[in-house]
Write a protein that binds this ligand. Sequence first.
Ligand SMILES: Cc1ncc(COP(=O)(O)O)c(C=O)c1O
Length: 443
Amino acid sequence: MSRHQEAREMEKKYVYGTWRYENTWNPVMIESGEGCYVTDMDGKRYFDFSSQLMCSNLGHSNQAVKDAIKEQADKLCYAAPGFGTEVAAKLGKMLAEITPEPLCKSYLTTGGAEANEAALQIARMYTRRGKFISRYRSYHGSSSGAIALTGDPRTHNAVGVAGVVRAPDCYCYRCPFGKEYPGCGIQCAEYIDEIIKMERPSTVAGVVIEPIVGSNGILVPPDEYVPRLREICDENDVLLIDDEVMAGFGRTGKLFCIEHWGVVPDIMSMAKGISGAYMPLGATITTKKIADYFDEPENLFSHGQTYAMHPMVCAAGVAAIKEYDKHKIVENAAKMGKVLGKRLEELKESHNSVGDVRGKGLFWGVEIVKNKKTKKPFAERKDKFEGSILNKVCGEMMKKGVYLGNVINTFIVAPPLIVNAKEINDAVDVFDEALKIADKETE
Ligand SMILES: Cc1ncc(COP(=O)(O)O)c(C=O)c1O
């Protein structure tokens, strides 16, 4: 048995995988990374076309972030959250500076689910209401509040899902209202107004959205959608909570995705790209109005975790945010996004199976169908955890040294934001070839 096989068997025996039938897990064991590539235990290199889990925005070997982690480890590895540390203070100040005003004060945590838990808890405390509106095609994390918000099949095995009302999605390719943009009157937004009114606005704490839906298929809303949702929230006096965990930190060609539409949420959650995934960091930033509420002597901030404001993860965050700025990472994402978008659009023309291509920046979805005319899908939502034709396409790409993620019927094309045009073109060439496997299955 090779070292690679031995390690794999050990992992399968002693460590749970995530969101899968455990007996089908056969992980490729990776042990090093450089730039946009990771290398497995046999020394085989893979281009990372999905930034691992749409999070390795700075690539895999950023020296400044690694150095910052090492320096922090030499100084102080942990502080109880009752203490303060300069590194947490610095990170909070940086987040206030880089997010749109009046976002100004952050809760610092260790991942996206925890950032959303904090968002929910802050919204509950501030509004003194318990109900939230989210959407069916959404993922907000696996902890109990975040999985309750989540509308995708990962929520179906969760227990105790309460206090959440789900709205139809802004999914133009398969409009839940059977309409077509631009003559649709943005029904997907208007219907959220209807839901709030039916639920009674005074019981609704907030509307939670991913500004571009990520792991449910890269759903880009029409330009009117997010601004209209902001109006609807204001008209009904409910909070708009923006989950930027996947779409934030440059992924879409703006530092925060919601900036594409000039909208400022009341609460924004972030994780993944905030540290370039070098450390498990998340953050929940709120407006001054919300921060002021908690400055009142009678208003307890009733939330906390042992690892809140953890200095090691904060150090990675501070260094990563400096790197985004220093190397103009977001600008590169916008520029390379044009190269990637153009190549992917071409696949729609040349493949029978490619039904829709959508995205912004370096955040693209390629949805495949059995029949382009009828849009007959290869798989249904219930098939999320089953093997699919997409897995076969991705398996073929792995053989050729390109890692690409997928969900149900959509490939998620989201390379590190440091990628260059040659790397994009080479990887799309491999994708182009592998898609023939799906073409053969079309009707
Ligand atoms: C939009 C969004 N929110 C929240 C989460 C949960 O983040 P984490 O896995 O760090 O808990 C994810 C994870 O993919 C996500 O995509």
